[in-house]
Design a protein around this ligand. Structure first.
Ligand code: ISE
Length: 332
């Protein structure tokens, strides 16, 4: 912490879509933290964010993580770089919030969990920000009352306008579906123990992957979640969830704040991507992380074990993908 205050000096690794967003949010709307600097594999992209926010740049992740100007690190680089950078933060003894996934492979996640455990400290948090979204927190709270009885089925859909240019069919699972994997277990407070992967005809708008995909997640209590991943939906960013219970159902309300009636028509406007839908959740997640670094406060932040669990389920889904949709047990 900076001398004489408890302000957390944060460095951001990766200034792509999420990193730039987080850096801006740290600068403008998170208390108890200051944005010290940023780095990116593209120095010009780092400079754009640094100049816009009045921060400095670091030559690379290693120099940012090792700097005595930086107390805590936010990793928002490409998924493939997460493990190396999180391990460097652990080695430096610095708290780190890593954007999801913690890492794309189970082996990388296991190395991170083992390295963190060896320090005896909880240094690693993972950016499963839906845990801070008012809709998902309200769904979880409603289920915990027991008013609707036992949860039986979850119907979810997770639609993007256009897919990222990396990862293919497996990337949809390791990069995007990890949100749904984490939130299903978190809402029900039950781990996913069995999965299967399914696919309809694929869209003609993306020849790099099967899209949409349908994943089945079964939890220890027997609840079955069927979640559609459609990363080339085109019409807008649209995430919907319904939890069907013994005596009722609970629904996640879509974001659209208004509908407009005009000339015999009614229309609503979908977000262009997930950031407007989750803006408040990202801010709350960052604030919770900074507060936990400053005061040790426990929060709903996802930890390294949650990141490992999500990637373990993702790997089981990929096994099912390559086994004609067979049901695959998730190791513990
Ligand atoms: C993206 O990778 C994210 O992490 C967003 O949070 C999610 O909503 C989006 O669908 C993913 O593609």
């Amino acid at each position: 912490m900076s001398a004489g205050t408890s302000t957390v000096r944060v460095g951001v690794v990766g200034t792509g879509v999420m990193g730039a967003d987080h850096a801006s949010r740290l600068r403008a709307s998170v208390g108890g933290a200051t944005l010290v600097g940023v780095t990116d594999i593209d120095p010009s992209r780092a400079a754009v964010t640094a100049d816009a926010l009045g921060a400095r740049t670091f030559d690379d992740a290693e120099s940012l993580i090792g700097s005595d100007e930086v107390d805590a690190v936010l990793v928002a680089s490409h998924d493939s770089a997460h493990a190396e950078q999180v391990l460097a933060c652990i080695e430096a003894g610095k708290p780190v919030l890593c954007e999801k996934p913690l890492a794309p492979s189970l082996a990388e996640c296991e190395r991170i969990v083992a390295a963190e455990a060896a320090t005896g400290a909880e240094l690693v948090s993972v950016g499963f920000m839906r845990r801070f979204h008012q809709g998902f927190t309200a769904l979880r709270a409603q289920l915990s009352t027991g008013e609707l009885g036992a949860p039986l089925l979850i119907h979810g859909s997770h639609r993007n306008v256009a897919s990222y240019p990396f990862g293919g069919s497996e990337g949809t699972i390791t990069n995007t579906a990890v949100h749904d994997i984490d939130i299903v277990g978190w809402m029900l407070d039950e781990p996913v123990v069995e999965v299967s992967w399914h696919a309809p005809r694929t869209t003609g708008l993306d020849d790099a992957r099967q899209d949409p995909q349908l994943i089945h997640l079964r939890t220890t209590g027997g609840t079955l979640a069927a979640v559609e991943l459609f990363v080339n939906a085109r019409y807008g960013y649209d995430t919907r969830y319904e939890v069907v219970c013994e005596r009722g159902a609970a629904h996640l309300r879509p974001l659209q704040p208004i509908s407009v009636d005009h000339e015999l028509m009614r229309r609503t406007t979908h977000p262009t991507d997930w950031r407007p839908f989750y803006a408040d959740a990202y801010r709350a997640e960052l604030q919770a992380w900074v507060d936990s670094v400053r005061t040790g406060a426990t929060t709903d932040l996802a930890r390294s074990r949650d990141g490992l669990r999500a990637t373990r389920v993702a790997e089981a889904l990929i096994r099912s993908m390559h086994a004609d949709g067979a049901r695959v047990a998730v190791g513990q």
